[in-house]
Design a protein around this ligand. Structure first.
Ligand code: PAF
Length: 301
């Protein structure tokens, strides 16, 4: 018998959550938009360590796409996703329709105002409002004890943590480390849309993070100097244009001071064009690293 349950309605999922909770079993939810890859499977593994039941949601959330073309071309493969979930011992998949999660006359949004503004929020208006609204819906439907998200989407994780805190869901929000290809590219469902040249040049993201890390290790703490090195690295990739490269406080997401004094989030978003021979599509990739300046001699004195 197939041990993977697939549920498509909120009502059924809530009933299942109620049954599990009454039986004293903890539920860990891994919210995804499908097109599962090894990065998602690492979230499943983290979830498994924290609860008796692991549930995965598969839903390409229309309200978080500010570009309709990006929504239309977002990769989807339900049968492959179910197979991967089965292979990792996931207990339940929630795969609702848009109508199931968004009543036709819905008027309610969840908006984490300040943390949603900078970085991806600046160029993707409404993106985080869509994310927090759907994640709140998923939390209310699945009533998990734990929810696991990837640290690659650092701002998303910060925004969801704040939503959970502000609304008092009582859910433990867990961030799982970024999983990378052997050459260093952070795994993303969007990577499959890169043309061969753009795929090669996408390594500029991790090279830019490394450049900043190396400069920091050699004693540079000047924010603008570190960012200049990042921009130079991205500029070396002909198919790439930098959306943003910023250094910010990892908790408040406020701009880092001009001389770094403590841990600082280096966040990047880069858009790749199709290859000159037409292969691949427009793809926007993000990556990040928290840079930790070592105390300098004069700080220690
Ligand atoms: O990170 C994602 O895949 C999505 O933003 C999420 C959290 C599943 C909400 O749609």
């Amino acid at each position: 018998m197939d041990s993977l349950r697939v549920i498509t309605t909120v009502r059924e999922l809530q009933a299942e959550a109620e049954r599990e909770r009454r039986a004293g079993r903890r539920i860990a939810l891994v919210p995804t938009m499908g097109a599962l890859h090894a990065g998602h499977l690492s979230l499943v593994k983290v979830a498994r360590e924290r609860a008796e039941r692991v549930w995965v949601s598969l839903f390409v959330n229309p309200t978080q796409f500010n570009d309709p073309k990006d929504f239309e071309t977002y990769p989807q493969d339900l049968s492959k996703d179910l197979e991967l979930c089965r292979s990792r011992g996931v207990d339940l998949v929630f795969a609702p329709s848009a109508a199931e999660l968004y009543p036709e006359d819905a008027q309610t949004w969840v908006d984490v105002e300040r943390l949603s503004q900078p970085l991806c929020g600046a160029n993707r208006p409404g993106h985080f409002r869509g994310v927090t609204t759907v994640v709140a819906r998923l939390f209310l439907a699945a009533r998990p004890h734990v929810a696991v998200f990837g640290q690659k989407d650092f701002q998303q994780l910060a925004v969801i943590r704040r939503m959970e805190r502000d609304l008092g869901f009582g859910i433990d929000i867990v961030g799982a480390p970024t999983v990378r290809e052997p050459d260093g590219l952070a795994l993303s469902s969007r990577n499959v849309r890169l043309g061969p040249l753009a795929r090669q040049q996408a390594l500029a993201l991790v090279a830019a993070l490394d450049a900043a890390q190396n400069a920091l290790d050699q004693g540079c703490r000047q924010r603008d100097e570190l960012l200049a090195g990042v921009r130079e690295t991205i500029a070396g990739a002909s198919q790439a244009s930098l959306d943003y490269a910023e250094l910010r406080d990892p908790d408040s997401l406020e701009l880092a001071p001009s001389v770094l004094a403590g841990p600082s989030l280096l966040a990047l978003a880069v858009c790749f064009r199709p290859d000159p021979d037409g292969r691949g599509g427009e793809v926007r990739l993000i990556d990040n690293r928290v840079l930790c300046p070592q105390p300098q001699t004069e700080d220690r004195a």
